[in-house]
Every structure is written in C-alpha cells, then in structure tokens.
Design a protein around this ligand. Structure first.
Ligand code: C2E
Ligand code: CA
Ligand code: CA
Length: 534
C-alpha cells in the first residue's frame, strides 16, 4: 500500500470540482434545454393563433367584397340581407356600409347607428389607405368586449365595414394557453390590445418571464406570448428529474476516478521524492553463486522502501509507480548513491559483480551514460564489475541509440545482462543486435523444474540458446536443491535465489560474505537430492 497521504487542499478541491462540474453542467444544460423547449412551444402557439386570426381576417375581407354588390342600394332595401348575413356568419358582430364618417347601414345598430367614431368608441386611424383593420377595446353595442374592425373605403367616400367579435379569438387563446399559463396580447395595427391570461408575478432574473413576439406575414397582426418564470421553472424541473440521476452517477464516477488518479499521480510522485529526502530507501543485496569458482561471484542491488512506521512498501509496486510517473530516474540515481556508499565498506576480490537494475526510461535518458560513469567513478577503487540488468522491453524500444549507449558503457568495463529472460517480448532479434554478456532466466522457468531427469523443454532451449550465443547464464529464483542441481547439470554457471542466499541489508551482506563468500554450496539436502534423484 502507498504510504498514508498528507491530505492536500488542492487535491480535495479538484475532487470536489470533478463532482460538482457535471452537476453544474447538468443544471446549465437542462436549464438551456427547458428554455428552448418553452420557446418552441411559444412559437408553435403563436403560429397557430396567427393562422386563426388570418382565417378570420380572410372571412372579414370576403364579407366586405360580398357587400360591394350593395354599393348602389339604399339601406332600406338591404337591411334584412345584411342582418341575415351578419348573423349567419358566426364571427361577425356587425357588418354595414358607410359614407364619409357616417355609418349608413348596419346589420346590428339599426337605421341610425351614428358615426364610425361612435361605433368604434375612438377616432378612426389616419392610415391613408383604402383598406384597413384595427383591434378595438369595445364597440357601441358591446362596449366591454374587444373586437376587430375591417374597413374598405371607396374613392366616392362610400365604404363597407365588418366587425369581428373578439370573443372568438379570446376563446381560442384561452384554449391554447390555459395549460401553460400563457398570457397573449394580440393587436391589429396599432389598435387596442386583445389580452388573455394573467399577468405574471415578478420573478427572479434566472427564471424571468419568457416573452415571444410574432407577426403575421399576410396581415398587420402581431401576437405576444408571455410565459411566467414559474412555468420555466416547472419545465426545467421536469428535465432535471430525468437527467439528475444520470448526472449524479456521472459526478460520483468522475470523483472516484479523479481521486484515484490524484492518489496515483500526485501522491506517488511526492511520496517518492519525500522518501528520498527522508532517507527511507535502502538497498538490499542478494548474493549470486558462481558454479565454476564455487564462490560468491557478486550481488544484485535491490531497492527497499521502509516507511517510518517500519512497514515496507513492495518494490514491484513502488518501482512500477516510479516508472509510471517519471520518478524512476531520480530514484535510480538515489540507489546508485546508496550503493556507492555501501560498497565503500566491502572487501571483495576484484571482478566481484554488482548488479544494477536499469529501467527502460533511464536507458533512454540523455544523462544515463553520465549517471553510470559517475557511479563507476565513485567505486572505482573497489574494482567491481558493474552489471547492468536490463529487461527485454527496454531493448526493444529505439534500438540503435540504446545499442550505442551499451557499447560505450561496455567499453568502460561494464557488462550487460538481460533480466527476467523469457517473460518479455517474443522477438529474439535483439539478441543479435545488442552486445550482451549475461542472460538471467526468469524464475518462472526455474519453478517448472520437477525432477532432475525430467524434461523442461523451454528452459532447456533457453540454456542451449545462451550457450550458442556465448552468453553466460544465470538462474533466478532458485529455491530448492533440485532446481540448483538441474541447472548445474545443464551448465548454468550462475545461481541466484533463496536457496543460496536471500537479499540482505549491507551490514548483513558484509558478515555473510566474510563467512560464506568463499565457501562452495554444500548442504545436507544437496547430498540427499543427489543420492535420491526424484
Ligand atoms: P528482479 O530484478 O527480477 O529481482 C529479483 C527479485 O526476485 C527480487 O524481488 C528478489 O527479492 C526476488 N527473489 C530473489 N530470490 C528469490 C527466490 O528464490 N524466490 C523468489 N520467489 N523470489 C526471489 P524484489 O526485491 O521484490 O524486486 C522485485 C523487482 O523490482 C525486481 O525484480 C526488479 O524488477 C525491481 N527492482 C528492485 N530493485 C530495483 C531497482 O533498484 N531498480 C529497478 N529499476 N528495479 C528494481
Ligand atoms: Ca534484476
Ligand atoms: Ca529478474
């Protein structure tokens, strides 16, 4: 487990933000969507209403055209016909004739209805046009109910008129807007507004009254629709109701992902850097046995991280994290410093191997050669043989540059080993392209050894291959006498594993080397294994 994280304020802010962001976006988009839906509804209502008003206007003008046949007839003659026409057609309040400003004939107001102004309850508009229409607050007969007047004036001062009752329009508006709380205002020209619906109460600026205005393309009719803020709020809540659960899930998901990401990203970087400064890293060394000389031929440096509470952090975890987050180069430099310090206390024969694990990223780093040369310089007087342990993966990437780097370091007296051989890439071409010295067989193959006489085809093939390539072979993770004997029988020179020695800290290594370093690997069970081969 990674060390306990010092909680960082900004990390928490980012996590909270990642949770709040989808919510905010959700609220924003649903609000925009609700507004849009509402506007679409308004447009559709306005169009329906306008088309109804146009239809009424059409019939009013048709009526006036029909009236022209009575141009030269006196009112006495036509009064009955007008009354019938006026009542038969449902829209009309009254129809009639006029002369100048005087109403000469009317289907509803009898023989003496007065002037146009009297009937309209206002002065006629100055339009200069022969055709005009106007919405009215009321008329002489029905003063409190809106109406629309249509007038056709002829050059001889005579004219015709028709009044449509506003009630039909108002009923239509009520039916359209009732469910949605609309307030309609309709006007013919600059006439009186025909209004249906309640005035919206004052609302907040976020959910203010939505206003939409439309104009007829055929007649001078305008319509305004107002939707109260509460209606917008209701529409928004409806959309939110559908989207909120989804947004909430997204929020939680994003928060978890962000928290995870931060935990890995920020904390590992920081923790490794802090641990370097706090000297929480140390190096353990695992001895390697040389079957030919029957002595300890070297040791592999393995990094260890111990937390202040004494708990270790697993190497595969922190090495993986350091590689993933660009910390492996500083960490390896730190390891080299630690090894250089430790080595000062060693008393080993010249040519004793010190194995250093090199990460792929470090190999690509421009300072890699310099880092290794600095290290070599610090331990020069001990005459150690530095073994660079590389994985197959690091050799596959950008081969040529790496090959040059390795050649350079080999010319400085270092050797190169392939670590975990057989677990990396399937291509073996790199074995030809790089100058290599050692091949470390991964412990997975060693594990497969079941008996001395038994076949372990892949392992055997690897051993044969390395002999053919004239590479020295090392068996990793050797845990039993059987495994050891098997490898020895097949000419594997180097052995590393718990069977010979476990990784140990520097002090223990020095003591161990003094006692066993020059001793051949002779154990009771070794004899048993040889005597009773399974
Ligand atoms: P590796 O390079 O293959 O190192 C050998 C690993 O096998 C070590 O694990 C060692 O403790 C373990 N081991 C040795 N003998 C036996 C055995 O008989 N049986 C079993 N089961 N295991 C054995 P460790 O120290 O946990 O390291 C794990 C890996 O972490 C290393 O694998 C290496 O890839 C990486 N690592 C460790 N130290 C460093 C370092 O300083 N730099 C880099 N780049 N990687 C390192
Ligand atoms: Ca290794
Ligand atoms: Ca290995």
């Amino acid at each position: 487990m990674p060390p306990l994280k010092r909680k960082r304020d900004y990390a928490r802010i980012i996590i909270v933000l990642s949770g709040v962001l989808p919510l905010l976006l959700g609220i924003m988009f649903t609000a925009i969507d609700a507004r849009h839906t509402l506007q679409q509804q308004q447009i559709s209502a306005a169009n329906t209403l306008l088309s109804q008003a146009e239809k009424m206007s059409d019939s009013a003008w048709d009526m006036i055209t029909w009236l022209r046949q009575y141009h030269y007839q006196s009112c006495d003659n036509i009064e009955g016909k007008l009354q019938r026409a006026g009542t038969l057609n449902a829209y009309f309040r009254a129809i009639g004739k006029l002369e100048g400003q005087k109403i000469t004939c009317s289907s509803a107001y009898g023989l003496n209805p007065g002037t146009l102004s009297d009937m309209m309850q206002r002065a006629p508009p100055v339009t200069g046009k022969a055709w005009w229409s106007l919405s009215l607050a009321g008329t002489a007969g029905v003063p409190n109910r809106p109406a629309v007047i249509f007038v056709r004036q002829l050059p001889d001062t005579k004219g015709f008129w028709a009044i449509i009752d506003g009630q039909y329009l108002m009923d239509f508006m009520s039916a359209l807007g009732e469910a949605r709380g609309y307030r309609f205002t309709m006007r013919f020209n600059d006439g009186a507004p025909i209004v249906v619906g309640k005035e919206s109460p004052p609302s907040s600026s976020l959910f203010n009254t939505q206003r939409y205005q439309a104009q007829s393309s055929r007649y001078p009719i305008s319509v305004t629709i107002e939707t109260p803020g509460a209606e917008l709020m209701r529409a928004w809540r409806q959309v939110m109701f559908i989207f909120l659960p989804m947004t909430a899930i997204l929020s939680v998901l994003l928060m978890v992902l962000t928290a995870n990401w931060l935990q890995r990203r920020i904390s590992w970087r920081d923790e490794i850097r802090r641990a370097i400064n706090a000297r929480q890293f140390s190096v353990h060394y695992q001895p390697v046995y040389n079957n030919n000389t029957q002595t300890c031929g070297g040791a592999e440096a393995l990094l260890r991280w111990t937390l202040p509470n004494g708990e270790p952090v697993r190497p595969d975890i922190f090495i993986g994290a350091a590689e993933a987050e660009g910390m492996i180069v500083p960490l390896t430099r730190h390891l080299l410093d630690l090894v250089a310090d430790d080595v000062q206390e060693w008393e080993v024969a010249p040519g004793f191997h010190i194995g250093i694990n090199v990460a792929a990223e470090h190999l690509q780093h421009p300072a890699f050669i310099q880092d290794m040369l600095n290290f070599a310089e610090k331990i020069k007087h001990k005459q150690l043989l530095i073994t660079l342990e590389l994985t197959e993966r690091s050799l596959i990437k950008e081969g040529e540059d790496v090959a040059k780097k390795l050649d350079r370091l080999r010319s400085e007296g270092m050797v190169v080993a392939i670590d975990d051989f057989g677990t990396g890439h399937c291509s073996l071409s790199y074995l030809q392209n790089f100058a290599l010295d050692y091949l470390k067989i991964d412990r997975g193959f060693i594990n497969a050894i079941e008996s001395l006489s038994g076949e372990t085809p892949v392992l055997d093939a690897i051993i044969t291959l390395s002999h053919k390539l004239q590479l020295e072979v090392l068996g990793e993770g050797v845990e039993t006498a059987l495994q050891y004997l098997y490898l020895r029988q097949r000419g594997v020179t180097f052995i590393q594993g718990y069977y010979y020695a476990s990784p140990m800290e520097n002090g223990a290594l020095i003591a161990w080397l003094a006692e066993y370093g020059q001793q051949p690997l002779h154990r009771e069970e070794l004899h048993d294994a040889q005597l009773h081969p399974s």
